[in-house]
Design a protein around this ligand. Structure first.
Ligand SMILES: [Zn+2]
Length: 239
């Protein structure tokens, strides 16, 4: 199971820090085999996706409990889009990346953060841009910094911790540590695979190969390469 643990301190309902403890990303490697049977996610894309997920995880404790949120990042130079959405009610996250052809007007990396309240139905969208020539490994840092500046989240600071991001409170500590409660939230990765998406993997194969596979077995057991869920596929299930 792909999951991330978020640790945060809370005193009288106020968040004092938030930190991503561990993030396991084996699931990212085969993303596109399920989403789109033609393309695999290029390796150079993993670091940024990892950072985006860690940031979404670190941001979770700062959100009111019934709000869910999604981070969309477009990177024109890399011709890629990254996406991470967190459902705060069920503590699940979905993360994707896909190739994308920017129009000539879309030159700058851009991040759009959408937030939706499950209770009131309220919505908010914030968009931030960064310069055209920002190197790939600095794009997310720049966008997050701008986002926090625009949201005027005073006292909160983002930091890079190896391959992931966290958020910390920079305001002076004027309370007893013992009054502070440490909370942990575990976010679970939601794959989004379905039987029909798994069956689509066969569209990459020639009819001859498919016939061969079903020659001796009437039902094949296929594991989702991303989350390990098993599906039983019959020849009739293939389009
Ligand atoms: Zn799956």
């Amino acid at each position: 199971m792909t999951s991330a643990t978020v640790k945060f301190g809370e005193k009288e309902g106020e968040i004092s820090f938030s930190e991503v403890n561990s993030v396991d990303f084996m699931g990212l490697y085969l993303d596109f085999y399920v989403q789109n049977p033609v393309e695999a996610v290029p390796k150079e894309c993993f670091p940024n996706l990892k950072k985006l997920i860690s940031m979404a995880a670190a941001y979770l404790p700062l959100m009111p409990p019934d709000w869910s949120f999604a981070w969309n990042v477009s990177m024109p130079l890399q011709k890629r889009r990254l996406f991470c959405c967190v459902d705060s009610e069920y503590n699940v996250f979905v993360a994707r990346t896909h190739s994308w052809n920017p129009s000539p007007f879309e030159k700058n990396p851009r991040m759009t953060v959408q937030m939706v309240s499950g209770v009131s139905g309220m919505e908010s969208t914030t968009t931030v841009d960064c310069g055209e020539n920002v190197p790939s490994d600095k794009i997310l840092n720049t966008l997050f910094t701008k986002f926090f500046a625009e949201e005027s989240q005073n006292g909160l600071e983002i930091y890079e911790n190896g391959e992931t991001f966290g958020i910390r409170d920079t305001l002076p500590e004027d309370f007893d540590e013992k009054d502070e409660q440490i909370k942990e939230v575990e976010l679970k990765f939601k794959c989004g695979c379905t039987k029909s998406k798994i069956a689509d993997i066969f569209t990459r194969m020639s009819k001859k190969d498919v016939d061969f596979l079903f020659e001796t077995e009437s039902v094949l057991s296929i594991e989702c390469p991303r989350c390990g869920q098993k599906y039983r596929i019959k020849k009739d299930d293939l389009r």
